[in-house]
Structure formats: structure tokens, C-alpha cells
Ligand binder design. Structure first.
Ligand code: SF4
Ligand code: SF4
Ligand code: SF4
Ligand code: FES
Length: 527
């Protein structure tokens, strides 16, 4: 029986076992894209490489059988470099958006495409929850936001961007007019206490998220009611009625509000800090002299704070909203409140500051008109819907649904499960390393009733080809062309439905990327 060593641990395995399987027995995971249990091996992707220490060479673990006396390392610097290089190459040819462009530019990173799909399906309660989870005040923000997301919307290149603001305002208004507006779950109190200074959009969002995370909150505001700068918005844009209705429905159990309290000096701020486990300072825009009186370090635009955590140079004091960066959009203030709340929570749980890196996010830059047409094939071609009641009146049910059906669904169908994305994160790979001007044109094959094939996302791993062959599919998926232009597609370009035949589910399941994916979108989730 061969005895081998993997990462310094010995194991006996039956002859013929692959190095990858032997590692698995030891609980050591090795990445693999073109390999799958029960499918003929192929050795094409090479992300499964490991290093043979005796022979001083890298080998593909998914096919290489163990040999007695082997000494393998699976995670050394050299191995990781090799995997990263392989991933960089795959990514340089990859044509896909992991996340939708609209969501990318929303300061609160609200899951826009999910909200819209839910509206299109009439699942308005879920749609509202999607928006409120990140926006906290989706009705108010839907009325006043300059909507950078709508400018970033891919559909703008065809006719005009989706009316995203009107849509989350619509679902919020429906929720607010129901007998019991939605309120999320609140974690049990942990005993930690935070003071939030300012009851404007940043402070309210901080309080809401902190309380959701189980933290007791006391809110202090110099005015007589919550809302901050939202109260100063002209009534034709935001009526006091609409403002108060949503503020009153913002239920936050055990959050105390103290009005008429102004924190304007260094000493009062320090007292607040001493009496709480942390402070979120969100009093709105302050004059230079006011900032001076607080004794907090300043930047050009306002109070200085770490951009990842919003902690100020004074330990335990976080700054959010216009005090950090004057006169910004309310949605940015709300995003700040969420960021500070998360950072404070991580501090309390000992997780430390949020990780500096963002998830790998493949992007298709500019689309050609012919490519927009491909996206349009999944959307209603009619132009943007204007509310018959005027923009103050907002959408009717039919209008909202019609507008929502214009969305082209630009987020990737496997954004959460894609292995290419997973390994890109794990190995710090990037599409930029081998970037070239040319790229494959975006295309989507939609003839199968349930499956979509996106060739630009195919990494030519050949799994679907082998699965179709093993299943005895008469046509199957196949390698087309040769050399550099080689690609995978249905045989004779005869449509995906015929190609996949009965092997469709197995192929979708096995495809490591979203090249083959279910049309239904539930899996898109929160990637
Ligand atoms: S297939 Fe994977 S890497 Fe490509 S866009 Fe989709 S999630 Fe991103
Ligand atoms: S078409 Fe839909 S998913 Fe695409 S960018 Fe616009 S709103 Fe977002
Ligand atoms: S479509 Fe087939 S060859 Fe392409 S990535 Fe998916 S399984 Fe691999
Ligand atoms: S070569 Fe081993 S998983 Fe692809």
C-alpha cells in the first residue's frame, strides 16, 4: 500500500488513488474546476496543482496517482502562485458581471436587481424587505435620492435607466399603508451600549443596525423630533406627512430617544464616550468653528474618520453622515450609519476591523449595441414608465410591474456559488494581469426552457461535454473549433436544449461558473 505524506501528515491509500482524493481523506481541500467525482478526468484547468517535494515539480492532483514515498505540499507559496497565474489567465478571457452595475454604484449597496425581480413577480413584501434592509428609509430615500443607480443602469445605454427610486418608494408606501408594516428581527441584547448623536438619516440608520445586532442604543438630538436635515427638504419633494409616516414606522425596541440635547463641546463628547461602549457622532453638517470646539481632528471636508470603519482618531468614537463629508446624499448618510454599526459590532465581538478587500467582481466594461440587444432579449422592450399620478403620486401597481419588467437582470446567476469567483478571491487573482483589448462578444443562448448558456462565462473545463457523453446524449455539448479559438457549445450549434438533452440538470450542477445556469434567479441571492 502506498504511503505518502501531504503537508507533513502521513496516510496510506489504495494504489491508484489520486493525490487529490488522498488529500481529501486527510480533510485537506484542493481547488478544482475541471474535475468532478464520477466524471472522466480531463486535466485541463490546472488549478489543482500541488508540489512534489522530492521531484521538485508541480503536478495536477486531480489525475496524478499517489506513489509510495511521495511528499506533497498543497498550499505553499509556489503552489499558490501557480494557481493564481492559472486563475489570472482564465479571468482575462472571462466575460461577465458578477454583480449588477446598478447595485455597484448604490452607496448602500442595496440589492437592486433582486428588488426589481420581486416587484415584477408581485412579491411586494419581499421586495420591500430587500430595499429596507440596506436603505432603512426606502420610502423617503425613494423620493429624494438623485439615484446614481439609475445612471449606472445598463438599460440607460438602450433607452433609459430603470426607475429604481420610484420602485422602492412604491414597495415602501404599500408596506406603510398596511396594518402592520414590516419590522425585522432584533438580536437579543448583548449588554453593550452605544450613544448615537444625531437623529438624521445617518444616526437613525446606525441606531437601527446597531439594535438589529443586539446593541442597546440611546439617541441624542439637539432638535425636537427625528429626521435631521430631512425636515428641511422642500415639501414638494418630501412632504412632512410622508417623512413622519416612515419615521414612526421605524420600530426599534429599547432604543431611547433624548431630544433637546446638544453635544457641542469636547467635554460633553468625552462624557458620552465614557458612559457608553462606543459613540456614533452623526449631528449633520457642522461649521469649522463647531468642529473646532469639539476638538476632533478634521479633514478638508469635515471630521476625519477611517474610511473602512468610520472610527475617528479618538478611540471608540465613530463619525457618520454629513459631519464627515458635508452635503452628501441621504443614501450615503444611511450607508455610513450601517458601516459604523457593523464596525462597532465587529469591535465588540473581537472580530476586528472589516476586511480590507472586496469580493472579486468580474466586470464587462462597455457593451456594444449588439450586446445590449442580447441583454434586452430578457427584458420588456417598452420604454420607461412615468407615473400617471405624477412623480409625487408614485407608481400604481400596474405601472410598477411594467417598469420592473424592463430590468435586464445584469447580475450573474451564480454569483454566490461560482467556483471561478470563489478561487479568484481565495488566490487574489485578477482579470487585469493578462488584460487585452479584445474580448469575446457577450451572448446568451436561451432556447432551453429552463437553462441559459452564456459562452463568455465558459472556462472550457469540458465537464458538460464529458457528462453529456457519459449520459449517452446523442448530440451533447462539444468542443468546437481548435487552438486559440476553441470553444464549447452544443454540437452542430444545434441549440442548447437539444445539446444538453436529459443531462441538463447534471450539467448545470457541475458547471463551475454561470456558463450553464438555471434561468430562475433565486440563487442570485445576495452576492
Ligand atoms: S460566472 Fe462567476 S466569475 Fe463569471 S460573472 Fe458569474 S459569478 Fe462572476
Ligand atoms: S437593467 Fe436592472 S439589473 Fe441591469 S443595471 Fe439596470 S436595474 Fe440593474
Ligand atoms: S459550459 Fe461546460 S465547458 Fe463551459 S465552464 Fe460550464 S461545464 Fe465547463
Ligand atoms: S486539472 Fe485538476 S481540476 Fe482541473
Amino acid at each position: 500500500v502506498p504511503r505518502i505524506v501531504i503537508n507533513g501528515r502521513e496516510i496510506d491509500v489504495p494504489p491508484g488513488t489520486t493525490v487529490l482524493d488522498a488529500a481529501e481523506r486527510l480533510g485537506i481541500g484542493i481547488p478544482a474546476l475541471c474535475h468532478r467525482q464520477g466524471v472522466q478526468p480531463f486535466t485541463s484547468c490546472m488549478v489543482c496543482v500541488v508540489r512534489d517535494r522530492n521531484m521538485h515539480r508541480l503536478l495536477p492532483s486531480c489525475t496524478h496517482p499517489v506513489q509510495d514515498g511521495m511528499d506533497i505540499e498543497t498550499d505553499s507559496e509556489e503552489v499558490r502562485d501557480a494557481r493564481r497565474a492559472t486563475m489570472n489567465l482564465l479571468l482575462s478571457e472571462h466575460v461577465g458581471d458578477c454583480g449588477a452595475p446598478c447595485r455597484r454604484v448604490c452607496p448602500a449597496r442595496m440589492n437592486v436587481p433582486q428588488l426589481i425581480r420581486l416587484v415584477a413577480e408581485g412579491r411586494l413584501g419581499e421586495a420591500h424587505r430587500t430595499a429596507k434592509t440596506d436603505l432603512v428609509l426606502p420610502g423617503i430615500i425613494g423620493r429624494i435620492c438623485p439615484a446614481p443607480c439609475e445612471k449606472g443602469c445598463r438599460r440607460a445605454a438602450h433607452d433609459s435607466g430603470l426607475a429604481i427610486g420610484l420602485l422602492h418608494r412604491y414597495t415602501a408606501d404599500i408596506d406603510l399603508s398596511s396594518p402592520s408594516p414590516w419590522t425585522p428581527g432584533f438580536a437579543p441584547l448583548t449588554g453593550k451600549r452605544v450613544a448615537v448623536i444625531g437623529a438624521g438619516p445617518a444616526g437613525l440608520a446606525a441606531a437601527w443596525h446597531l439594535r438589529r445586532l443586539g446593541i442597546s442604543v440611546s439617541v441624542f438630538d439637539a432638535g425636537t423630533a427625528a429626521g435631521g436635515k430631512l425636515r428641511a427638504i422642500p415639501p414638494e419633494r418630501l412632504s412632512l406627512e410622508a417623512l413622519d409616516q416612515e419615521l414612526q414606522a421605524l420600530v426599534m425596541p429599547d432604543v431611547e430617544f433624548h431630544f433637546g440635547v446638544r453635544i457641542a463641546t469636547y467635554d460633553t463628547l468625552r462624557e458620552m464616550r465614557a458612559a457608553h461602549d462606543a459613540v456614533v457622532f452623526a449631528p449633520g453638517q457642522l461649521e469649522a468653528a463647531e468642529l473646532e470646539a469639539l476638538g476632533l481632528p478634521r479633514s478638508e471636508r469635515g471630521m476625519s474618520a477611517d474610511f473602512q470603519t468610520l472610527e475617528t482618531p479618538i478611540e471608540g468614537i465613530y463619525a457618520a453622515g454629513d459631519v464627515v463629508n458635508a452635503a452628501r446624499m441621504a443614501v450615503r448618510a444611511v450607508a455610513d450609519g450601517q458601516l459604523a454599526a457593523r464596525a462597532i459590532h465587529r469591535r465588540f465581538t473581537g472580530e476586528g476591523p472589516p476586511p480590507r478587500y472586496k469580493r472579486f467582481d468580474s466586470r464587462i466594461r462597455r457593451l456594444e449595441p449588439s450586446e445590449i440587444a442580447v441583454f434586452m432579449s430578457e427584458a420588456d422592450p417598452r420604454g420607461r414608465v412615468s407615473p400617471a399620478r405624477g412623480s409625487e403620486g408614485g407608481f400604481s401597481d400596474d405601472e410598477a410591474r411594467a417598469e420592473a419588467s424592463r430590468c435586464m437582470g445584469c447580475d450573474c446567476r451564480k454569483a454566490l456559488s461560482c467556483k471561478l469567483r470563489l478561487y479568484a478571491d481565495e488566490y487574489g487573482a485578477s482579470a487585469a494581469v493578462f488584460a487585452s483589448e479584445e474580448r469575446v462578444a457577450v451572448s446568451k443562448l436561451l432556447d432551453h426552457p429552463e437553462v441559459v448558456f452564456e459562452p463568455g462565462k465558459c472556462i472550457k473545463c469540458g465537464l458538460c461535454v464529458r457528462i453529456c457523453a457519459q449520459a449517452g446524449e446523442p448530440l451533447g455539448m462539444t468542443f468546437l473549433g481548435r487552438g486559440y479559438d476553441m470553444r464549447v457549445g452544443p454540437s452542430f450549434d444545434d441549440g442548447v436544449a437539444k445539446g444538453l438533452g436529459k443531462a441538463a440538470a447534471a450539467c448545470v450542477e457541475a458547471c463551475p461558473t454561470a456558463a450553464l445556469a438555471w434561468k430562475k434567479w433565486e440563487e442570485r441571492g445576495d452576492g
